[in-house]
Design a protein. Sequence first.
Length: 83
Amino acid sequence: MAPDLPDSSTRWLRPFLFRLGMLNALPINPLPCLGTMLIGIGIASRDGLAVLCGVAVGVADTIASIGLIYGGWQVANSLLGGV
């Protein structure tokens, strides 16, 4: 049986996974699910490359989500006449 990961090795992932969980609630794109899945598989198999791939997907999804939310806000403002 493999030993458990030390608490300090996954401590920095907790807020990142929380943010990905919040992005999962938005019906914009499925990338947070992919990032969460890759991080989970990487932690379970003790594979750092899978964790880094999951983090990279999560960062890319965060940038894409911010862009989509900002673009939607601009479209709504233009349609409503700058309210």
